[in-house]
Design a binder for this molecule. Structure first.
Ligand SMILES: Nc1nc2c(ncn2[C@@H]2O[C@H](COP(=O)(O)OP(=O)(O)O)[C@@H](O)[C@H]2O)c(=O)[nH]1
Ligand SMILES: [Mg+2]
Length: 245
């Protein structure tokens, strides 16, 4: 309620924006996640650029919700969509909605390491996620970037499901054992492009987390507005003025 007694709905604060010490440019220094009410359980797809995260999201959504390109680092923002998940079986279906989030990353990227920006994107996604689907590339094999992500995931103790994409045929499954060095067991080998083992992945996903509290219907969409600006620009005054009006 506002001081004038009017109810305010639809405004939520999602992070902590601080200005730099000189008060010049606003810098997002800390992400503190505040779960919205009745939110969908969040499944975040993370992994190095070019491993096929967006292709996996598209395969799950069965439409092109995320941008796929042959060049690493193409997904510029996080993209998400609500995925219906059957917690029952064919005879007694129990459909629930979860939110699947694709993480992108842009800027400098090299095969051996992850740019700071990409690390930040992954950390933001992990902070929001109930389950992380950690995607590695069967073609490329285990890389230093995969190890870096594994370290981040272990540090946060997130529920993690390791998936090796680009396992287009059974032949590729021979290399799956290598990825167990990441510390998340042997991955399921999938192909986002030809749909191989996606049912197996969904089965493992359902076992990885208790989705029974997930909503049966999609909540009404809400609009989130972030007000950013340098110190003293009048951000709080603006929020108060909106709440009053
Ligand atoms: N062979 C093969 N290529 C794939 C598969 N999934 C994605 N790719 C290719 O890998 C490249 C990067 O895919 P993308 O989804 O953009 O990767 P992201 O950067 O991790 O989001 C694209 O050229 C895709 O066509 C797959 O299952 N098999
Ligand atoms: Mg992408």
């Amino acid at each position: 309620m506002t001081p004038s007694g009017r109810a305010v709905t639809g405004i939520r604060l999602w992070g902590t924006f601080l200005t730099d010490p000189c008060g010049n440019s606003p810098v997002l220094t800390r992400i503190r996640y505040t779960p919205p009410m009745n939110r969908l359980p969040v499944v975040a797809i993370v992994g190095r650029p070019n491993v096929g995260k967006s292709s996996l999201l598209n395969a799950l959504a069965r439409k092109r919700v995320s941008i796929v390109q042959d060049m690493p680092g193409v997904t510029r923002d996080r993209v998400s969509f609500p995925l219906p998940l059957n917690l029952g079986d064919e005879n007694r279906p129990d459909w629930r909605y979860i939110e699947v989030v694709d993480t992108g990353g842009y800027g400098y990227h090299d095969e051996q390491g992850l740019s700071e920006h990409i690390k930040q994107q992954i950390e933001i996604a992990m902070a929001r996620a109930d389950v992380v689907v950690f995607v590695v590339d069967c073609d490329a094999g285990l890389t230093a970037g995969d190890q870096e992500i594994a370290t981040l995931l272990r540090r946060t103790g997130r529920n993690t499901l390791l998936v090796a994409n680009k396992a287009d045929s059974e032949k590729a499954d021979t290399s799956l054992g290598d990825f167990s060095r990441l510390g998340f067991g042997t991955p399921v080998g999938i192909s986002a492009i030809n749909g191989r083992n996606l049912d197996d992945l969904m089965g493992r996903l359902k076992k990885s987390y208790d989705f029974s509290a997930a909503p049966k219907d999609l909540p009404k969409p809400t609009t989130h507005i972030a007000i950013v600006g340098k110190r003293n620009a009048g951000k709080s005054t603006l929020v108060n003025a909106i709440a009053e009006s």
